[in-house]
Ligand binder design. Structure first.
Ligand code: UDP
Length: 349
C-alpha cells in the first residue's frame, strides 16, 4: 500500500485505522488538531503526526508538497448529534466548510482518491430494514446533514476533476483494540457501551435506558454495533479499491445484526461479572426504534465482512475501560514523530 494522509487519525476510529494501515505496510501521515483526538492514541513509531486543522491551507500544502499522499482517509469531524442541534454552524463549519480547503489542496496536488467517514445518520428514519445504500437519505439532524452534504460535494468534485471517493456509512462504531492498547476516550461520553461499562467502574453513577416501550423484542432500541477494528479493515480495503481504479461508491458498514440496549447491558454483566446499575428513562428525541445495516454491498465491492460480534465488542471495550488507564488516555504523549505548527514555519520533516 502507498502513502496515505489520515485526517482525524488521532481520534477513535481514526487511530484504530492508522494502526491497521501501518500493519498492512502503508506509510501514514496523520493530520489532527487534537480537539477531540489524543496524541497517545498514535502508538506506532512509524506514523508521522502533524498537528493542525483540515482548514489550514498553508499547512495542507506543506504536507502534500512534502509527502505526496496518493489517497486521503478523511475522519476529522465533529460527531455529537445533540450538540449539532444546538450549534449547527459548528457542524457545517467543521464538517463541510473546512474540508473544502482540503479538497482544494488535493486538487492542486492531483490527489484523486478519498475515503470519507460518513454515517448511517445520513438516512434518517429508515424506509425499510435492513437499510441498504438505496434507502433515501433524509437526515433528521445537522450532524447527519453535514455528512450528507459532504457526500454531495465529493460527487460534484468527481464531475469537475475526477476525484473518486468511497463514502463509508458507519452504523454504531464500538469496541476497542483487542490488545487493550488503544480505545475509546470521548469527552463528554454519550455512547451506550462506554457508559454501561463506566457505570461498572464508577465513571458514571448509573446508566439510563432511553425508552423501554419501543416495538422491539424487549422494548429497548435496537442498533447494529460494529467493532472499530472491523471498520478499520474496511478503510484499508477501500483505499486499495480506489487505488486499483474502483469507481466511486457509498457503502454501509455494519454487521447486519441488531442488538438491543438490554442485550448490551446483559453482555456487560456476563463479561464483567458485575451488575449494571440501571435506571429506566423516557425515549431520547430522534431515536428510531431499530437501525440495522444491509452490509452486502461491502462484501460485494470490497470483499469485507464484519468478523467480530457483540461478545468481542464488549470484551474488548471492558478490557480498555477496566484496564490500568480506566478508559482514558493519560497525557499528550505517544511514539509518533510530531510536527507542530507547520504552517507557522516550523515544519521540519
Ligand atoms: N442509549 C441509552 N442510554 C444512554 C445512551 C444511549 O439507552 O445513556 C441508547 C440509545 O437510545 C440508542 C442506543 O443506546 O438506542 C445507542 O445509542 P448511542 O448514543 O450509543 O448511539 P446512536 O445510536 O445514538 O448513534
Amino acid at each position: 500500500m502507498s502513502k496515505i494522509l489520515v485526517t482525524g487519525g488521532a481520534g477513535y476510529i481514526g487511530s484504530h485505522t492508522v494502526r491497521h494501515l501501518v500493519r498492512e505496510g502503508a506509510e501514514v501521515v496523520v493530520l489532527d488538531n487534537l480537539s477531540e483526538g489524543h496524541r497517545e492514541a498514535l502508538v506506532d513509531a512509524e506514523v508521522l503526526f502533524v498537528e493542525g486543522g483540515i482548514g489550514d491551507r498553508a499547512l495542507l500544502r506543506s504536507v502534500f508538497e512534502k509527502h505526496r499522499p496518493s489517497a486521503v482517509i478523511h475522519f476529522a469531524a465533529h460527531a455529537y448529534v445533540g450538540e449539532s442541534v444546538e450549534d449547527p454552524l459548528k457542524y457545517y463549519e467543521n464538517n463541510v466548510a473546512a474540508p473544502l480547503v482540503m479538497l482544494g489542496v488535493m486538487r492542486e496536488f492531483d490527489c484523486r482518491n478519498i475515503v470519507f467517514s460518513s454515517s448511517c445518520a445520513t438516512y434518517g428514519e429508515p424506509e425499510a430494514l435492513p437499510i441498504t445504500e438505496e434507502n433515501p437519505q433524509h437526515p433528521i439532524n445537522p450532524y447527519g446533514r453535514s455528512k450528507l452534504m459532504f457526500e454531495e460535494v465529493l460527487k460534484d468534485c468527481e464531475v469537475a476533476w475526477g476525484l473518486r471517493s468511497v463514502c463509508l456509512r458507519y452504523f454504531n462504531a464500538c469496541g476497542c483494540s483487542e490488545d487493550g492498547k488503544i480505545g475509546e476516550d470521548h469527552e463528554p461520553e454519550t455512547h451506550l457501551i462506554p457508559l454501561v461499562l463506566m457505570s461498572l467502574t464508577g465513571g458514571v453513577e448509573r446508566i439510563r435506558v432511553f425508552g423501554t416501550d419501543y416495538p422491539t423484542k424487549d422494548g429497548t432500541c435496537i442498533r447494529d454495533y460494529i467493532h472499530v477494528d472491523d471498520l478499520a479493515s474496511a478503510h484499508g480495503l477501500a483505499v486499495r479499491y480506489l487505488e486499483n481504479g474502483g469507481a466511486s461508491e457509498a457503502i454501509n458498514l455494519g454487521t447486519g445484526t441488531g442488538t438491543s440496549v438490554q442485550e448490551i447491558i446483559d453482555a456487560a454483566e456476563r463479561i464483567s461479572g458485575k451488575t449494571v446499575p440501571v435506571e429506566h428513562g423516557p425515549r431520547r428525541a430522534g431515536d428510531p426504534a431499530e437501525l440495522i445495516a444491509d452490509p452486502s454491498k461491502a462484501k460485494r465491492i470490497l470483499g469485507w465482512k464484519a468478523e467480530r460480534g457483540i461478545e468481542v465488542i464488549v470484551e474488548s471495550a471492558w478490557r480498555w475501560f477496566s484496564g490500568p488507564r480506566g478508559g482514558r488516555y493519560d497525557a499528550d504523549v505517544g511514539n509518533a514523530e510530531c510536527v507542530k505548527g507547520a504552517s507557522r514555519g516550523r515544519f521540519k520533516v
